[in-house]
Design a protein around this ligand. Sequence first.
Ligand code: FES
Ligand code: FES
Length: 156
Amino acid sequence: MAKLKINGKLVDVNVGGSTPLLWVLREQLGLTGTKYSCGIGLCGSCTVHIDGEAVRSCVVEVSALKESQEIVTIEGLSAEDDHPVQQAWAELDVPQCGYCQPGMIMTAAALLAKNSAPSDADIDATMTNICRCGTFNRVRRGSHLAVEIGKSGRSS
Ligand code: FES
Ligand code: FES
C-alpha cells in the first residue's frame, strides 16, 4: 500500500513497492494518457512530472516515491487542455499517430517551465523522446510556439 499525490489528489494504491509508477497510473487509476512503450526508460512515452521534473514513469518504483511529491500526468497538466504546449501542439498538428505525444508534451512543458527561451539545441538535448512517426521537426516548432503562446497569455 502506498499513498501518492497525483494531479493534486492524494490516492491510496494497493501495489507492491517494486511496481512501476506507470502501472499504478494506467492500471490502478485509469490514467491511460501516459503510454507504455519500451518499459526500460528509453523512449519517453511514459513521461510524467514529479515535482516539476520530467520523469520516465516506467522506471520509477512506487517505493521510491513520497506522498509529499507532486506527480502530474498529461490529464493533470491543465484544467482544459489549454497549457501553452497543448495549444501549440494543436495549432501545428504536431502529432501523427499520437502515441508518443503525451510524453512529448510533458517533456516540453517541463523544459519550458525551466527555460523560457530554449534554443533548438536546448530542445534537441532535452526532448530525447522517441517518435516512430518522425515528428521531431514539429515538436521543435511546437516548443517555440508554446513559448510565444505562454508570453501572450493566449487561451484556446
Ligand atoms: S515506456 Fe517508459 S521510457 Fe519507454
Ligand atoms: S506521433 Fe506516432 S509515434 Fe510519435
